[in-house]
Write a protein that binds this ligand. Structure first.
Ligand SMILES: [Zn+2]
Length: 116
């Protein structure tokens, strides 16, 4: 259960931010996740709603989930392209010498809540 582990670590990060910012009740958590992680958003929301009961102050929290496309740069010809499946072949010169430049992100962008 890949999404379950991701959600748990997001709640742990969110709990730290909640303490630092002295928030009492969390309303929204905005998460940015690159498509590289192959997260199924329906599963993500389901896990979020199940798990939020375990974390104090998160009982009414809503998840805002923003996906980022995978972008790859060819090291040989400099071409930048987007992929949907893990095929890292440059469509311009057929090189496999490519590097992911975005789509690997996985972090909390914003937490909103009510202060004590
Ligand atoms: Zn190329």
């Amino acid at each position: 259960m890949h999404e379950g582990a991701i959600i748990r670590s997001l709640f742990e990060m969110a709990t730290k931010i909640k303490t630092e910012e002295k928030l009492d009740k969390i309303e929204t958590i905005t998460v940015i996740a690159g498509k590289f992680h192959q997260i199924v958003s329906e599963v993500m929301f389901m896990q979020f709603n199940l798990m939020k009961q375990e974390f104090s102050g998160f009982e009414k929290a809503k998840l805002i989930f923003q996906e980022k496309e995978i972008k790859v740069r060819c090291e040989d010809c400099g071409h930048i392209f987007q992929i949907d499946s893990p095929v890292f072949l440059c469509p311009n010169c057929n090189s496999l010498n490519t590097e992911i430049i975005s789509g690997k992100e996985l972090h909390i962008a914003k937490i909103e809540g009510i202060r004590k």
